[in-house]
Design a binder for this molecule. Structure first.
Ligand code: GAL
Ligand code: ZN
Length: 678
């Protein structure tokens, strides 16, 4: 596993640099990430390239066993470039050009910027491509972060027109597909295509108050801007590839920024990589992001080029809670248990300067190593002992489909303030996690055949061609759980002119009769008949009344809805399709899901953990089982099983259970066939 930190030698005076290098070497880490914000050092003047400031650091660290992940610095176009070529600057949806002085102030479409980016990537590739101390490359830094994913400059506008023309060929087709006749929006020429200005990206602001821009053009613009950024990144990828065969990636933001379709973005990159800053103060680390990390490039281990290093001051003004002793080490092992092949803390030592001044780091501003440094040191040595476990297989039996069209369409035209697509998907993943099931997050295009349970949460937009794929999955024996808001719209973000769920009513055996948001005006009680007994609950987010041949498992019990179906189960081919017309309350949903998992034949967890605080991850190891047990709480917790498990690190035998320490973990082995004898 690549373990280490982000490091910024360009910010150091010689004494500090010396001190840091000594500390880095003494820490036992094996990787540093460097260069991503240092364009003004790499190219202090147009066409003049310098590496002599970085080479000795790469070499000294390398000789001491610390490899470098080298980054291209394109997140920070330097002052000379912004001054001489102001057309490279980002234009937001108010038409305001973002000035020099922050970061990410560039347009990913602008040809001049693309030319400079290609050149610096080539220079870095040429210089470091075969350097034995460089283990791989990162392009840019968190593309689209800080609301820079929807540029509106003249170049982007022109490119959007070309994009639309290329996809729709004629204005008549565009008008027909996007319902131009509505509100007199029929165009007579592609020159009339405009870029919508209503923002949905995180931290984006809409300058124009809501004026209900056409949802079809808005979704097309989301796809376009995502594709432009992928095209931009690909320029750098190709430039680097000319000079290196080491892995190249970009550090995405996981499921945080969502302005780039990562299934597309990582296709031509060698690793899925994402930065992760989960809350860690006695809080379970969210595993939804890890499920997605496994699902973006199935079969390839993922990287985390930035991860928490501690707490203190923060970039956005609210600071970050300190990580309690043991929790960094625990988090690293946890990421590894979920399939990470790299984890680099952001960052090594607190900066005195710039926007990141005073922010959290492994080592404080004074360069004195304290507990987080020693914890990193212990973690580095622990990882060496855990190296043999890295290839243990992780078998996942459930997957959740997350789709960018659905995400964007539900943000463009939300259904209820309480309902957020990704939080909803995350909640399902967390519920599975609490029941002891590790789930993946996958795309509509993924191979689902290995999963026993597939969840389709609110698949609002569904192209016709996926209908058959979904049915085929169930026909072949899969268990499918879909929810309200499934297959409501086509790929043009216009409503399917069909009964809902469009094209899938035979699969689910129901047709949606009536819909409304579930909120304080409308919320109603429903009851579910489950094998464990009748469960009463309230609806949440959205409510759909269902009727049809399917078995009705959940019915409303009050108001005019009394007796009407809301949750249905339908055997189909060799499998079963469930349709949940609303979201039951947390406990009731957990009961329903647990029943569905059982019916789907998911392996029952052999370890019982207090799921609010703890997690067990099971992997296959040398014909036996390997259990990672984590306790994220501020108290120790008891975890139970039947038989004997052996502590991988100490050799100690645990019979029928063990206590997991505060913010700690256990790594236990069950040898094949050895359980009964102990
Ligand atoms: C990340 C970014 C880092 C750093 C960090 C916050 O999003 O990639 O460069 O700014 O946030 O400290
Ligand atoms: Zn632009």
């Amino acid at each position: 596993m690549y373990y280490g930190v982000a490091y910024y030698p360009e910010q150091k005076n010689p004494q500090d640099l010396e001190r840091d290098i000594e500390l880095l070497i003494a820490s036992g880490i094996n990787t540093v990430r460097m260069g991503e914000f240092a364009w003004c050092r790499f190219e202090p003047q147009e066409g003049e390239f310098h590496f002599e400031w970085l080479d000795p650091v790469v070499e000294r660290l390398g000789k001491a066993g610390i490899q470098t992940m080298m980054c291209t610095p394109t997140a920070c176009p330097p002052a000379w470039m912004c001054e001489k070529y102001p057309e490279i600057l980002y234009v937001d949806n108010r038409g305001v050009r973002r000035g020099f002085g922050g970061r990410r102030h560039y347009c990913y479409t602008n040809e001049t910027y693309r030319k400079f980016s290609r050149r610096i990537a080539e220079k870095i590739g040429e210089h470091y491509g075969s350097n034995p101390y460089v283990m791989g490359f990162q392009i840019d830094n968190e593309p689209a972060q800080e609301a820079t994913g929807r540029c509106q400059c003249a170049d982007c506008q022109a490119a959007f027109r070309r994009w639309v023309e290329k996809r729709y060929h004629t204005v008549e087709e565009w008008n027909r597909r996007t319902g131009g006749i509505s509100w007199s929006q029929e165009l007579t020429s592609f020159s009339q295509i405009y870029t919508p200005v209503t923002a949905i990206e995180p931290h984006g602001i809409s300058a124009v108050p809501v004026h209900f821009e056409n949802p079809s053009i808005r979704l097309e613009f989301e796809r376009f801007a995502s594709a432009q950024q992928i095209e931009y990144q690909e320029i750098q990828n190709q430039a680097l590839k000319k000079y290196t065969d080491k892995p190249i990636t970009v550090n995405g933001t996981g499921l945080a920024t969502n302005s780039i379709n990562y299934y597309e973005s990582f296709k031509s990159l060698d690793r899925y990589a994402f930065d992760y800053y989960p809350p860690m103060r006695h809080t379970k680390i969210g595993t939804f992001a890890y499920g997605f990390a496994r699902g973006v490039k199935p079969g390839t281990p993922f990287w985390i080029p930035e991860f928490m290093s501690g707490g203190g001051h923060g970039l956005r003004g609210h600071g970050r809670a300190q990580t309690p002793p043991g929790s960094l080490k625990q988090a690293v092992v946890h990421a590894m248990a979920h399939g990470a092949q790299m984890l680099l803390h952001f960052q090594f030592r607190t900066f005195p300067y710039g926007a990141e001044q005073l922010n959290y780091a492994i080592v404080d501003i004074d360069g004195v190593p304290r507990r987080r440094y020693y914890e990193m040191q212990e973690t580095a040595s622990l990882l060496k002992r855990l190296a043999p476990l890295e290839n243990a297989a992780l078998t996942t039996e459930a997957a959740i489909v997350v789709d960018y069209d659905a995400l964007w369409a539900l943000a463009i035209k939300p259904v209820n303030e309480s309902f957020q697509y990704l939080s909803f998907c995350r909640m399902i993943s967390d519920t599975l996690n609490r029941q002891g099931h590790v789930s993946d997050v996958v795309s509509l295009d993924a191979d689902w055949s290995g999963y026993k349970l597939l969840v389709l949460p609110a698949l609002f937009v569904l192209r016709r061609e996926y209908r058959e794929k979904i049915k085929e999955y169930v026909r072949g024996g899969g268990t499918l759980l879909a929810t309200f808001l499934t297959s409501v719209k086509d790929e043009y973000n216009t409503g399917w002119i069909e009964s809902l769920p469009a094209g899938l009513t035979d699969l689910f055996g129901v047709t949606v009769q009536e819909v409304e948001p579930a909120d304080e005006r409308t919320s109603s009680i429903l009851k579910m008949e489950l094998p464990g007994g009748t469960v009463y609950t309230k609806d949440r987010h959205w409510s759909e009344l269902l009727a049809g041949e399917a078995e009705i498992v959940g019915r409303y019990t009050e108001d005019y809805k009394a007796g009407q179906g809301v949750i249905a189960r339908n055997p189909y081919g060799k499998g079963t399709a469930w349709y949940m017309g609303t979201m039951p309350e947390e406990d009731a949903f957990a009961k329903l899901l647990s029943h569905i998992c059982e019916e789907a034949g998911l392996t029952k967890p052999e370890i019982t953990v207090p799921a609010q605080y703890c997690e067990a991850v099971c992997r296959e190891y040398e014909g036996g089982k390997l259990y990672y047990l984590f306790n994220f709480d501020k108290e120790p917790h008891q975890v139970d099983w039947k038989g004997t498990l052996v502590d991988y690190l100490t050799g100690e035998k645990h019979q029928d259970g063990a206590l997991i320490p505060t913010d700690g973990f256990l790594i236990l082995l069950k040898e094949a066939g050895r359980n009964e004898q102990g």
